[in-house]
Ligand binder design. Structure first.
Ligand SMILES: [Zn+2]
Length: 195
């Protein structure tokens, strides 16, 4: 019997695919056989960094404005773009009256996390899954209806395809704010010039 294709795993393969049961499960949940969930407190930490940028520029930045409009349409009619399975999951968060800026902030939080911890999400697929999981974490999900891998990939792909360029702008804006805060702090604690 052939063994699991994951690094350092000697268990035998599941009936389907190249991995053992445990690594197949991770592949389906996280997009990678060695995937792990991003800790929630990290996601909220980074979402809280992105949110002020999104809110401050929700009307004066054409990309953020457009994204919020598109996400509003997505929340309003998720099945049109995503089909039944993935659409059901977006409908689940829409039902809790989640606003588009929260969705965008969760997408940005994964981009920020990935920049901070570049080895955690091992490839583009794991990144897409993490984005989908972050968005869907906005509403509780009973384990019995946990999203299938195809739904996660569809949601993640949609966000990455649409918003990669915008995410780079949001990340740059956060860097500028951080730099200004550091410069201000340095100015405030600068020693007086000696006479
Ligand atoms: Zn394995």
């Amino acid at each position: 019997m052939e063994s699991c294709a994951a690094t350092a795993c000697s268990r035998s393969r599941a009936k389907r695919g190249r991995y053992c049961k445990s690594h197949s499960k991770k592949l389906n949940k996280y997009g990678h056989p060695l995937g792990r969930p991003i800790p929630r407190n990290w996601l909220f930490h980074f979402a809280a960094q992105a949110m002020p940028v999104i809110v401050a520029h929700s009307t004066d930045h054409p990309g953020i404005k457009l994204a919020l409009g598109e996400l509003q349409s997505l929340l309003g009619a998720p099945h049109v773009l995503l089909g039944s399975r993935a659409g059901d999951h977006i409908a689940r968060i829409a039902a809790t009256a989640i606003e588009p800026r929260y969705v965008l902030a969760m997408v940005a939080s994964v981009a920020l996390f990935d920049r901070d911890q570049p080895r955690f999400l091992r490839d583009a697929k794991a990144y897409r899954f993490a984005i989908a999981r972050a968005v869907l974490s906005l509403a509780p999900c009973p384990r019995s209806i946990a999203p299938r891998s195809r739904a996660l990939d569809a949601i993640g792909s949609l966000m990455v395809t649409r918003y990669s360029a915008l995410l780079a702008v949001i990340l740059a804006a956060i860097d500028t704010t951080d730099r200004q805060a550091r410069e201000r702090a340095a100015a405030m604690s600068a020693p007086l010039p000696t006479l």
